[in-house]
Design a protein around this ligand. Structure first.
Ligand code: AR6
Length: 165
């Protein structure tokens, strides 16, 4: 099942939440900052030991003080006009996150709108990629429920339009 929720992703009690990180994995603003604040300093320690993550890939850590058991950190593309492989990289983020799920028996996962904030990806285009990539893969990796977690109703409406259309 795919669901759309308007919520603070740090509050969700799911098996894993996804972090829209940067390639250092050392924290930042937006959802990344919120996740690190809510998880506590042990998250930064584990991220530091990982040593970074290239754009389009994903790394998994524990959730520490979060209600979610795990955090899957992925690095979305910075929008540079659309001809620098941004769409392929964004699809790769969703795929690589889902591919980490079977090893940890993750059945419920929540994604933020990767690259749609500070990284400037056009929102409707990003939502189309998110929905198509997730819908084609999640059941094959044993995931039962995917939540697209939106910070505001405008973003949630984009997902609703994409899924119903
Ligand atoms: N819960 C759910 N969604 C949120 C939350 C939250 N607590 N906070 C923000 N959003 P962004 P990016 C939404 O900028 O574009 C960081 O500095 C937000 O409204 O967090 O991938 C990293 O370290 C937007 O729709 O991520 C990187 O440097 C979406 O989450 C850079 O930002 C993503 O916005 C990554 O930029």
């Amino acid at each position: 099942m795919i669901r759309i929720e308007t919520a603070d992703i740090t509050q969700l009690k799911v098996d894993a939440i996804v972090n829209a990180a940067n390639s250092t994995l050392l924290g930042g603003g937006g959802v990344d900052g919120a996740i690190h604040r809510a998880a506590g300093p042990q998250l930064l320690d584990e991220c530091r030991a990982i040593g970074g993550c290239p754009t389009g890939e994903a790394r998994i850590t524990q959730g520490y003080h979060l209600p979610a058991g795990y955090v899957i950190h992925t690095v979305g593309p910075i929008w540079q006009g659309g001809e620098r492989g941004e769409a392929q990289l964004l699809a790769s983020c969703y795929r690589e996150c889902l591919k980490l799920c079977p090893a940890k028996a993750i059945k419920r996962i929540a994604f933020p709108a990767i690259s749609c904030g500070i990284y400037g990806y056009p929102k409707a285009a990003a939502v189309a990629i998110a929905v198509a990539t997730v819908a084609s893969l999640y059941q094959r990796v044993g995931v039962e429920e995917v939540i697209f977690c939106c910070f505001d109703e405008t973003m949630a409406d984009l997902y609703r339009t994409e899924i119903s259309g």
